[in-house]
Design a protein around this ligand. Sequence first.
Ligand code: CO
Length: 211
Amino acid sequence: MRHQSIEEILRNNRAWAAQKQAQDGHYFQELASGQKPPYLYIGCSDSRLALTRFTGTEPGELFVHRNIANQVCLTDINFLSILDYAITHLEVKYIIVSGHYGCGGIKAALEGRTTGLIDNWVNPIRETYLQNQDEIDALPTQEQRWNRLAELNVVMQIKNLYQTSIMRQALQEGRAPEVHGWIVDISTGLIKDLHILTQQWHLRSLALAAI
Ligand code: CO
């Protein structure tokens, strides 16, 4: 795929801003006045996941955290700061944890090959694979095994989310956002809601909060 030059990208930007301004003279004035996004989106850094295009959302709707293989890491101060800001200050209504099929980070974890520094980052996903090895290995193709681990990873990351002090406190105070798990199928452009039942982690999370 031919990539656009820096000059082309900046030209695109000027054209887009001019078009928006022409359509609505107050558009940027309103955008600049502040944010109140209803969603916190936690997703993979993959360049193909053009989130706003995939979802038709507008600037100001999604507060975003992205990393390789969309992980909720309990020691990641960047992620925890975003989560705290989203829940405590922005008061987001929903948290979406989104994985995707064809994820390079998931593949690295599944195959267990040494690819450098990333091995450390995806190691928790390797653990998820090992915990579910019988189910995953029983699938007929490597692609299906790869996809299944991507789904199980979303479940695991949501479980991690409920272990953060921030979510536990929000649950205790009855202001926890609703959590959804998604998978993006890049081969079709479609988003699949995994319909993960988060209730199972609420009580555990509240029990931890009471300690
Ligand atoms: Co990915």
